[in-house]
Design a protein. Structure first.
Length: 201
C-alpha cells in the first residue's frame, strides 16, 4: 500500500476509531466536522485517495476498511435485503460478522439482513444474515441478491435463466416470481448467497 499524507493518516485513524467504538463507518458530515472540512467534495477527495492507496475498499456506494486494515474484524454488514417484496437498497454499515470460514478465496464478501419470509422454504428466515460473495455472474438455481429499478431495491431470490428473461423465484407461499428482461428492465446481480448466520433468542 502507498504512503499516506498526514491528513489522510489522521482521517484513516478517525475512521478506525469510529468503527472500533461505534461499529459503523463515520458519515461525510462527521468527518468534515472533525477535521473542519466544510466541503463534502474535499472529504470525498481524501476518501478516494484512501481507496486508491488501498486502505479503503468500495462495495457499491459503501466504503469500508480494506482487508489489510480490517484483517481481524470479519465480514462487513452493509444493509438489509428483502425476502418478500423488494426494499430500498440502502447500504448502511451495521457492524461486522466474524465468519471468515464462509468467505471463499480472495473475492469480496458482505452481509445483509433479511426482511420477510419469502425464502423460508430455502431455510432463510426473517432476521437472518446472509453472506454474499460479490459477483454479477450466476448459475441457474443460485440464490442471489438482486438490485432492481432506478432507485435500486434489493431482494434475495432463487434465479432462473430463460430464453428471453431471467426469473427471480421465491421459496415461500403467497409470493410471486419476478420476471426481468435483460436490456429492458433495470436490474443487476449484487452477488451469490454463500452462507447464513442466524441469531438465536
Amino acid at each position: 500500500m502507498r504512503s499516506l499524507t498526514k491528513r489522510q493518516r489522521e482521517i484513516l485513524e478517525y475512521i478506525v476509531h469510529s468503527i472500533t467504538t461505534t461499529d459503523r463507518f463515520p458519515s461525510y458530515r462527521e468527518i468534515g466536522r472533525r477535521f473542519n472540512l466544510r466541503s463534502p467534495a474535499t472529504v470525498s477527495q481524501h476518501l478516494e485517495a484512501l481507496v486508491r492507496k488501498g486502505f479503503l475498499n468500495r462495495v457499491g456506494k459503501h466504503l469500508m476498511l480494506s482487508p489489510q486494515a480490517r484483517a481481524t474484524r470479519g465480514i462487513p454488514i452493509v444493509g438489509r435485503v428483502a425476502a418478500g417484496l423488494p426494499i430500498a437498497a440502502i447500504e448502511n454499515h451495521e457492524g461486522y460478522i466474524d465468519v471468515a470460514s464462509l468467505a471463499e478465496g480472495d473475492a469480496t464478501h458482505f452481509a445483509v439482513r433479511v426482511r420477510g419470509d419469502s425464502m423460508k422454504e430455502a431455510g432463510i428466515l426473517d432476521g437472518d444474515y446472509v453472506i454474499v460473495r460479490q459477483q454479477q455472474s450466476f448459475k441457474d438455481g443460485d440464490i442471489v441478491v438482486a438490485y432492481i429499478g432506478d432507485d435500486p431495491e434489493a431482494t434475495v431470490k432463487v434465479i432462473r435463466k430463460h430464453h428471453s428473461f431471467v426469473e427471480l423465484q421465491p421459496r415461500g407461499e403467497g409470493y410471486e416470481s419476478l420476471r426481468l428482461r435483460p436490456g429492458k428492465d433495470l436490474f443487476r446481480i449484487g452477488g451469490k448467497v454463500v452462507g447464513l448466520v442466524r441469531k438465536l433468542r
